[in-house]
Design a protein around this ligand. Structure first.
Ligand SMILES: Nc1ncnc2c1ncn2[C@@H]1O[C@H](COP(=O)(O)OP(=O)(O)OP(=O)(O)O)[C@@H](O)[C@H]1O
Length: 259
């Protein structure tokens, strides 16, 4: 039996009387490209916050690579290979992509507090930063201040920063949010090209992107998993169509869905 990258059992959280997430049994296979979809307010970001340790669950458990991490703090989960990006840009606008990634690598290496010291012993770090930027198709922009980058490139840089931690699991909270349509395809192309041993769970509202890139889809509605499966099954599920009925920005496209 293969170990799952992430697995939750009966996971839930209430904020006062409000049950934001309830009885979630989520499984992320090693190497997965899995989408978490659901209407606004369904609890998707809250679920990511539970997985990363930002929130403590009020019910259930979380396992990462077979180990129970339910009570582990966020930084411990990060050190053990869990990385995330946020819906909102977290970048320093005046830094270059190269320096941003170098700082993230130093952070991983535990040198975050002394990043300003001379870099003469950091050739490997710069080499790694360049390689990472190349993988994210940002190498030509390595020295351009972040503020001058197109928004899609900024979102790619955020993924680069998450990857600098060398995660085994990557959680992407709406990586294409705010990105013009002509750039979001490339962004997901790059996500699709990430090494196959990195397990990816992504939240995405654009169904065209979801059905193009997800191998598996979990549908969250009112804090609960409504259904989960291969894109083709999700696309034809009348309950999913019903959830999205009347929503103008969402279109289910079975013809583009993975089998
Ligand atoms: N810290 C909190 N305290 C109280 N309520 C919260 C808190 N965090 C989230 N919620 C509530 O939980 C519900 C789910 O929110 P969440 O942001 O997880 O939804 P979502 O599916 O990510 O939505 P969207 O697609 O719009 O980003 C919302 O009703 C939200 O107001």
């Amino acid at each position: 039996m293969s170990t799952l990258a992430l697995e939750t059992q009966g996971l839930g959280i209430r904020f006062g009387a409000f049950q934001a997430v309830a009885e979630v049994n989520l499984q992320l296979q090693v190497g997965a490209r899995q989408a978490l979809i659901g209407p606004n307010g369904a609890g998707k970001t809250t679920l990511i916050n539970l997985l990363t340790g930002v929130y403590k669950p009020t019910a259930g458990s979380i396992r990462m690579n077979g180990q129970d991490i339910t009570v582990h703090a966020a930084d411990r989960r990060a050190r053990n290979g869990l990385a995330r990006t946020f819906q909102i840009n977290q970048l320093f606008p005046s830094l270059t992509p190269l320096l941003s990634v170098v700082l993230a690598i130093h952070e991983r290496e535990g040198q975050g507090a002394t990043w300003w010291r001379p870099y003469q012993r950091s050739t490997a770090c710069f080499d790694e930063a360049h390689a990472l930027l190349k993988r994210l198709r940002l190498d030509a922009l390595a020295q351009v201040p972040v503020a001058e980058l197109a928004y899609g490139k900024q979102r790619l840089l955020e993924i680069a920063l998450a990857l600098a931690a060398r995660p085994r699991i990557l959680l992407l909270d709406e990586p294409a949010a705010g990105v013009p349509e002509d750039e979001s395809g490339e962004l997901f192309d790059v996500i699709g090209e990430l090494p196959s041993d990195i397990s990816v769970l992504f939240i995405e509202h654009d169904m065209k992107l979801v059905f193009r890139f997800a191998q598996r889809i979990s549908v969250l509605v009112a804090g609960r998993i409504l259904t989960e499966g291969a894109p083709r099954d999700i696309a034809h599920d009348p309950r999913v169509r019903e959830v999205y009925l009347g929503s103008t920005h969402v279109g289910i496209h079975p013809e583009t869905a993975h089998g």
